[in-house]
Write a protein that binds this ligand. Structure first.
Ligand code: ZN
Length: 211
């Protein structure tokens, strides 16, 4: 019969070959044991019925949150010579803050000015997820997405803006509920050309008022 935790050892972090995401393996059984230890240390009744399945659920949750789906980042020749910004706005994402292991979540605006290659719009969301399903800080996540696009597409410019709410800020510490943190990474003419930069930022800063 199937194992009682068939979602468990789904370990492979196998994004496409040319992703430079650091290889990380999840030891599912060890996460379960450590979760039980953590609950014990927190004074929880780990052997009571209510918490019996909790270590397994925690292991499932962390495994899912830290395992990006592999995808093939197919690119196409820019045959029509498209020469304007391509922007995917308000891509929802969530990640885990590496300082507190608490979620942060929000939206990503990802754009580029194509050179010789273009990429399917849906793939921009997959790129965000590829790096978001990791122990992260928002600045690093922003940079990794921008660098990936720069490397894979060699576009004339790249812009990435992330707006996120951090549970470690909302629920503890300074407790600014609903406050968002904005980070950006601009490359090439999105950074250097005033008109392109303006256009990109205008497209991406609209969301907070629209939604
Ligand atoms: Zn944090």
């Amino acid at each position: 019969m199937a194992s009682h935790h068939d979602r468990g050892p789904r370990l492979a972090l196998a994004p496409a070959s040319h992703s430079h995401a650091a290889p990380r393996e999840i030891d599912y059984a060890a996460v379960q044991r450590a979760s039980r230890e953590l609950l014990l240390a927190l004074g929880a009744d780990v052997d009571g019925e209510a918490l019996l399945e909790t270590p397994r659920r925690m292991a499932d949750a962390y495994t899912e949150l830290l395992t990006p789906q592999a995808f093939r980042p197919t690119t196409f020749p820019n045959e029509d010579g498209y020469d304007e910004l391509i922007v995917a706005r308000a891509i929802p994402f969530h990640s885990l803050c590496m300082h507190h292991l608490l979620p942060f979540h929000g939206v990503a605006h990802v754009g580029y000015l194509p050179g010789e290659r273009i990429i399917g719009l849906s793939k921009l969301g997959r790129v965000v997820e590829l790096f978001a399903r990791d122990l992260q800080i928002q600045e690093r996540l922003t940079t990794q997405i921008a660098r990936w696009l720069q490397r894979e597409l060699e576009p004339k410019g790249v812009g990435v803006v992330l707006e996120a709410e951090h549970m470690c800020m909302s629920l503890r510490g300074v407790q600014k509920f609903g406050a968002t943190t904005v980070t950006s990474a601009l490359h090439g003419c999105v950074r250097d050309d005033a008109r392109t930069r303006q256009e990109f930022l205008a497209l991406t800063t609209r969301t907070s008022h629209d939604q």
